[in-house]
Each structure stands twice: as structure tokens, then as C-alpha cells.
Design a protein around this ligand. Structure first.
Ligand SMILES: [Ca+2]
Ligand SMILES: [Ca+2]
Length: 454
């Protein structure tokens, strides 16, 4: 301040002006969410020293998404509106904004579906609401109803994943054409085990399949070429046929001479077409891919109930990138299962881990030392090493015939193998001739009775 006397002389003196202040603390419940102070975003908790009596504006960011969860503003501890002014109090004061977590919801797109037995397939929708950020997943399955998964539809079980931003996914219920006059059938679908989300109210759905047969018939639909080809897509690739492939296989069968061999002497009959589904790159890279994780980890065949949901994760219409992401997610799930953890979690030594898989699979890996070194130096994760073993030439070669036989049971008969499967493996290993085996399954009354009179 400056002091001036009557003669005009001045004296300048400095004094600190110390206003009265208090500390304002801003916090949220749950902790750590964003708020605004005087219109500027702040991350809580935060403390601000403010002059007593000064007006400050408290506000909220709502909704806000943290860790895939959407948070909605509920209330302030001083009962103010979402955005409201306060006069800085004389004493230190805490203001807490309470938010409600709004979980993402997964449910069926419809409470019921209806279709006809001859329609081949039915699209089932799963929707995501209350937010679309992050990756979430849910298991789905057919669970009861009057329809049978041997004669009316293809085993329907798996996990559906929503990537960041995806709001709906379509599953396909594959339908079986039969000759039975058995009226409408129902399939109850359920969702369970949601991850990163909760189930919506519509977590069950009922499918009604109308019969298309009115007169008992001794003709078996599997004798019809279109039905035969379609059923192979269902049973071996777990998907509906795409038009070009569907027509292509029908043409091969339609044009195949009675001898069963084409002009070049190559087989073109039902046995050959049927076996082509197992030998197809699509099956090899998907169905046989998941199969080999059981070979590599446990040296055992998968059970039907294990194999079908695993195969469903990687099958269907997927781009290369989607298929790769599905495979990575499958491996993550596989290695988190109790059987795998019981067997491998204790084997923290890289050599012990790799050699245990070698022993389980009963192979000698040509790249064993490389895998051990890559695991030891963190160039590969444990899951990636497992995948490398499953994709090794040794495991592929050793289990090709075994999986071929097992898939005869899974694909044609929709069940686990019986003890005879060992004989078939021995025959295949000795002769390399799959035609006798495929012929046997195709013409078995167990297979044919899925569709009509055997
Ligand atoms: Ca029918
Ligand atoms: Ca029918």
C-alpha cells in the first residue's frame, strides 16, 4: 500500500493480505470417477483450497464409462442438482457424488422364434444394450424342448463374443430335414455365464419348428442329394451351406457316373463327397484345430459335449481376422479350465511345461528346444507354446487318422465313440483307406435313422 502525507511525500509499504480459505474435497462413490469443477473436468478424489464465500460450480460427467461399465449420476451428498453452485464454506468440506453402475445387458433378440423343418437354418439374435464398449461374452445352449438334436437340429451350444462397439450377434440354429410325421417341435434356448455384462430379462427363448410331413413315408430324405449335402455342412462344418459350395457338391454327385468314378478315374460318389468335408481346409483349420488341443494337452480324445462348443467358437462365417481372434479366445478359455490348470499350472519351468505336453501327446517335437527358449525369454506365452505344439507337424500327423475316426461318431452319429473306434484307427493306419469306414457310417442304420426309415 502507498501512504501520502499532506506535503505529498509518499511511503510504500507491503503487507500480505491473507484471505480466509478452506479445503474443498471432491469425491465419488464408487471412487475415482470424473467430475467437473467450474466447468473443467477433474478426476477424483481431488482437494482444492478455496476462498471462503467464493462461488464454485460443481458438476458431473454422466454417463461415463470406466472399465466397460457405464456409470449414471444419482445424487450429491449436499443434495444439490447434478450441476449446482456452492459458496465455499468456512470449514473444510467434502462433496461426494454417487453414481449407479449400469451393467451392459445381453439377451435374445426375441422371446420366441418359429420356422419350418425344411428351412435349413434359423437366425437367432443376441443383443447388447446399456453400453457397447469393451469385449463381453455369453454362453448359449439349447436346453430341453420336444425337439431332438439327433433328428431335428444340430447341437447348439457355444460362446458368443461381442467385440468393442458390437451391439448384436447372429447365431444359427441348424435344422434337420426328416421324414417323420411328428408335429411341431420346440427347442428351448438359454443364455448363461455372461462375462463383462449381465443377462437381460429375455435370457431364454423358444423356437418352434413346424413339421413339413403329413404322410408317413418309407423314403429317407438323406437319399436326396440336396439334403445329403446340406447335412454335411451342418454335421462337419457346423454351419449352413453357402450357395456356391452347396450347388458345387450337388453337381459333383449329380454328374457322378454309376461307377462312382469320373472320367479321370477319381472317385466322385457319396463316400468321396462325405469324406471331403473332414479333409476340407475349413474343417482341418477349425474342428481339427480345437481337437488337437486335447491331443496336445492331455493325449486323449475330446468328448462330444466338449468338442461341439469348442468347434462352434471357431466355425461359421468368419473372416480370417475374426477366425484368428476366435482361436485366441478359445485358447485363453481352454487354458483357464480346471483340467488344464491341474495338469500344467505347477509346471512353471519352461522345459517341464513343454516336455509335459510332448509326453501327453506322445510325440517328439522337432522344435522342442526353440519352444523352451522362447518360453524362457518371454517371446511366447504359455498359451502360445501350447498352440505351437497343437499346430506342430508331429501332432497334426499323429492325430489325423484318430480325429478322422472320432469325427465319424461326432458328425454322423452325434455321440461319443464306442470301443470299435480303435479298430477303425488301426485299419486307417494300416491301409490309409478311409472309404470302407465312411461307407460303413453313411449306410449305418444309426445314421440313416436320424432322417427317416433306415
Ligand atoms: Ca420333413
Ligand atoms: Ca418331420
Amino acid at each position: 500500500m502507498t501512504v501520502r502525507d499532506s506535503a505529498g511525500l509518499t511511503h510504500i509499504s507491503f503487507r500480505d493480505i491473507l484471505p480466509r480459505t478452506s479445503t474443498i474435497t471432491l469425491a465419488t462413490n464408487p471412487a475415482g470417477l470424473q467430475l467437473t469443477l467450474d466447468g473443467q473436468p477433474v478426476t477424483t478424489p481431488i482437494q482444492i483450497v478455496s476462498v471462503v464465500g467464493l462461488t464454485r460450480t460443481l458438476g458431473v460427467v454422466s454417463p461415463q464409462v470406466v472399465g466397460g461399465v457405464s456409470y449414471q449420476f444419482s445424487s450429491w451428498s449436499d443434495a444439490g442438482a447434478a450441476t449446482h453452485d456452492i459458496s465455499t464454506p468456512a470449514t473444510d468440506t467434502t462433496y461426494i457424488a454417487t453414481f449407479n453402475a449400469q451393467q451392459q445387458t445381453l439377451q435374445f433378440g426375441a422371446a420366441s422364434y418359429s420356422t419350418g423343418e425344411g428351412s435349413g437354418s434359423l437366425a437367432i439374435t443376441i443383443t447388447r444394450s446399456q453400453g457397447t464398449s469393451g469385449e463381453v461374452s455369453v454362453d448359449y445352449a439349447a436346453n430341453g424342448g420336444t425337439a431332438s438334436e439327433r433328428t431335428d437340429y444340430t447341437t447348439f451350444i457355444g460362446t458368443v463374443r461381442f467385440l468393442n462397439g458390437e451391439t448384436s450377434k447372429t447365431l444359427t440354429l441348424l435344422l434337420t430335414e426328416d421324414a417323420f410325421v411328428d408335429g411341431s417341435k420346440t427347442v428351448n434356448l438359454i443364455l448363461n455365464n455372461p462375462k463383462g455384462a449381465i443377462l437381460g430379462g429375455q435370457n431364454i427363448s423358444t423356437v418352434t419348428i413346424a413339421d413339413n410331413d403329413t404322410t408317413p413315408s418309407s423314403a429317407n430324405p438323406i437319399n436326396e442329394t440336396p439334403v445329403f449335402v446340406q447335412q454335411h455342412y451342418h454335421d462337419f462344418l457346423n454351419r449352413a451351406p453357402e450357395p456356391a459350395g452347396y450347388q458345387g457338391w450337388q453337381n459333383i454327385l449329380t454328374n457322378c457316373p454309376p461307377s462312382g468314378r469320373d472320367a479321370n478315374g477319381n472317385y466322385c460318389d457319396r463316400i468321396e463327397v462325405s469324406s471331403a468335408f473332414y479333409r476340407s481346409p475349413e474343417f482341418q483349420q477349425r474342428g481339427f484345430f480345437v481337437y488337437r488341443f486335447y491331443s496336445s494337452s492331455y493325449g486323449r480324445i475330446p468328448r462330444y459335449v466338449e468338442f461341439m462348443p469348442d468347434m462352434a467358437r471357431v466355425s461359421g462365417f468368419q473372416t480370417t481376422a475374426q477366425e484368428e481372434a476366435s482361436k485366441v479366445a478359445f485358447i485363453e478359455d481352454f487354458t483357464a479350465r480346471q483340467e488344464f490348470k491341474n495338469r500344467y499350472d505347477a509346471l512353471t519351468n519352461p522345459r517341464a511345461y513343454v516336455e509335459a505336453m510332448e509326453a501327453a501327446a506322445g510325440v517328439v517335437l522337432s522344435n522342442r528346444e526353440t519352444l523352451i527358449a522362447e518360453l524362457a525369454t518371454n517371446q511366447k506365452t504359455r498359451a502360445q507354446v501350447l498352440r505351437a505344439v497343437a499346430e506342430s507337424a508331429e501332432v497334426y500327423g499323429k492325430y489325423f487318422n484318430q480325429a478322422f475316426v472320432v469325427m465319424q461318431y461326432f458328425g454322423y452319429l452325434k455321440r461319443d465313440p464306442d470301443i470299435l473306434y480303435l479298430n477303425w484307427i488301426e485299419t486307417l493306419n494300416q491301409t490309409g483307406d478311409y472309404r470302407v469306414m465312411v461307407n460303413g457310417f453313411l449306410n449305418s442304420s444309426e445314421y440313416r435313422s436320424r432322417f427317416g426309415q433306415p
